[in-house]
Design a protein around this ligand. Structure first.
Ligand SMILES: [Cu+2]
Length: 193
């Protein structure tokens, strides 16, 4: 084989990324209206850290509802809270996650931000509208998804190997499962209130 050809073959081999799989499946949440809003995520991977994204995540306050209702983010992510309504809204969290922050109250079209620097779950509430509620989950890997109403989820690009997959839901008890990811991998979960 000529030297140029072998150099090209080596370059091609090096360009192949580490094997990664797609994790997909269904979460069944018993006792709730449907199986939407479960967060499925890969727990911390030994020896791996992930830089927080520069782009901010967003939660809107629109028509007196937080949108989305459940937002998973990688640890270190800043979330912008936007008020899209013609009334004043507030965002605060009674949880130790982010030291019980309270962003105050602000008018339509404006945003305030909060950074989530550790693995935790924050319940978000609005002092003006007690029925408003949302959740931010700060998770240790970028491999996460929120289930659709039928409970289905899909997480792309999970590194092949042994992982722990965790499931969290606003109303159902959390669960987790140790499993091996190899290529296209299926994981089904059943949780209940
Ligand atoms: Cu409000």
């Amino acid at each position: 084989m000529n030297p140029l050809r072998s150099a090209l073959l080596i370059a091609a081999a090096l360009a192949v990324p580490a094997a990664a799989g797609d994790l997909h499946g269904t979460v069944t949440c018993k006792g709730v209206r449907n199986s939407a809003d479960a967060v499925v995520y890969v727990a911390a991977l030994p020896g791996r850290t992930f830089a927080a994204p520069k782009e901010h995540a967003k939660i809107d306050q629109k028509d007196l509802v937080f949108v989305p209702h459940v937002l998973p983010v990688l640890i270190g992510t800043t979330v912008d809270f936007k008020n899209s309504d013609a009334v004043l809204h507030n965002v605060f969290s009674p949880d130790a996650c982010c030291d019980k922050f309270n962003l105050g109250t602000w008018p339509q079209g404006q945003s305030k931000s909060q950074t989530f620097n550790k693995e935790c779950t924050a319940t978000l509430l609005c002092k003006v509208h007690p029925e408003m509620e949302a959740f931010v989950l700060a998770v240790p890997t970028p491999y996460y998804a929120v289930t659709k109403a039928d409970g289905s989820f899909h997480i792309a690009g999970v590194p092949d190997g042994d992982v722990t997959v965790k499931v969290w839901h606003p109303k159902c008890k959390p669960t987790q499962k140790a499993m091996k990811v190899a290529g296209l991998t299926v994981a089904d979960f059943a949780i209940a209130k």
